[in-house]
Design a protein around this ligand. Structure first.
Ligand SMILES: Nc1ncnc2c1ncn2[C@@H]1O[C@H](COP(=O)(O)OP(=O)(O)OP(=O)(O)O)[C@@H](O)[C@H]1O
Ligand SMILES: O=P(O)(O)OC[C@H]1O[C@H](OP(=O)(O)OP(=O)(O)O)[C@H](O)[C@@H]1O
Ligand SMILES: [Mg+2]
Length: 302
């Protein structure tokens, strides 16, 4: 079972020798979360490794040391207290049973953890009782089945779980589904409730007390997330339409409104959610705004 392994007592160096003043951050070294995590950290102003074989990177100027680890192991290191915080999948965190807690979702590496089996009318969660279910996430699946009171036989595989039914070792699977392409190729269909909605998450060990470097880290990550979720919109508007358009763009506190060097006209600036910007620009135009521009944000602190 995941979570039962305790590697540290076997190491020749003790936990204490890792201790330093640097914030110790675990980063996925490969797989679905690796690139997006490094992009997030780079956008947040941290140095990232340039060689994929590097195991650690010290960003002295920002007081952080990054450890590149298998995503499945990250919750274990953070839970053991060897590392302060880390980025991994919510599914992997829950599967590990580690003593680590989610700080926040990061909005990438989104997937659903679901049951699947060959197409058939009898594909139900209740019907899994007594069946063989293959998965790479026995902790997560086991908890779900226990909650539902279903007694099934778990087959623990390392990956490519979709092949297990055709190869005769399982009757159903529980696995990560993003687009559903892999399932379709294996002739399988999802069924039952979604077991878990997963995404990349920032995690900490439960008793981690933080500090200034951690506060800065959090503010930088928040800043990148806001910068990714919003754009800045600027436009000109005649005085008579000012009330209507500023209602459309209330900004975070309030829009910035400045007089133009043209009598009766104003310039307005406000942050707006990125996903709504095109429709909003149409509405602003219809309400009388002109010279409407949207600009990318590269970083912010709110
Ligand atoms: N196709 C995908 N789309 C979105 N997220 C995914 C996808 N595949 C995996 N993930 C997520 O990425 C995290 C790590 O999975 P990943 O596949 O990278 O590692 P792994 O299965 O342990 O290793 P590997 O696939 O390299 O053997 C998990 O949280 C998982 O939910
Ligand atoms: O719904 P899809 O878009 O097809 O994505 C889901 C697939 O991606 C992952 O596989 P991965 O490549 O990580 O291989 P693995 O199963 O060996 O981990 C996951 O385990 C699924 O098999
Ligand atoms: Mg995988």
């Amino acid at each position: 079972m995941p979570g039962q392994y305790r590697h540290f007592p076997d190491f020749s160096i003790s936990r204490g020798e890792f201790m330093s003043d640097l914030l110790r951050v675990a980063v996925p070294n490969k797989g679905a979360l690796s690139e997006a995590t490094s992009s997030l950290l780079t956008e947040a102003g941290y140095r990232q490794r340039s060689d994929r074989k590097d195991l650690t990177l010290v960003d002295e100027a920002n007081g952080v040391e990054f450890f590149y680890l298998r995503p499945r192991d990250i919750a274990v290191y953070v839970g053991e207290g060897t590392l302060d915080i880390g980025i991994t999948g919510r599914d992997l965190l829950l599967d590990s049973g580690a003593d680590a807690a989610e700080i926040k979702g990061l909005g990438f590496g989104r997937s659903r953890f679901r049951f699947a089996a060959p197409k058939g009318p009898e594909n139900t969660v209740e019907g899994l009782a007594g069946k063989r279910i293959a998965t790479s996430y026995p902790g997560l699946l086991g908890s779900f089945l226990t909650t539902r009171g279903i007694d099934a036989h778990l087959i623990h595989l390392d990956g490519a779980v979709e092949s297990s039914i055709r190869l005769g070792v399982a009757d159903a699977i529980a696995d990560v589904v993003e687009t559903g392409t892999t399932l379709r190729k294996a002739g399988l269909e999802v069924f039952g409730d979604v077991i878990l909605e997963s995404e990349a998450v920032l995690i900490q060990r439960r008793d981690f007390t933080g500090g200034t470097t951690f506060d800065h880290f959090m503010r930088r990550i928040d800043g990148v997330q806001v910068a990714r979720g919003y754009v800045m919109v600027d436009y000109d508007v005649p005085a008579e339409a000012l009330g209507a358009v500023t209602e459309l763009t209330p900004g975070l506190e309030a829009p910035t409104v400045s007089p133009l060097a043209k009598n009766g006209w104003y310039a307005v600036r406000a942050m707006v959610p990125r996903e709504a910007v095109q429709g909003l620009m149409d509405e602003l135009w219809d309400a009388g705004a002109r010279a409407i521009l949207s600009t990318e944000l590269s970083a912010c602190r709110l």
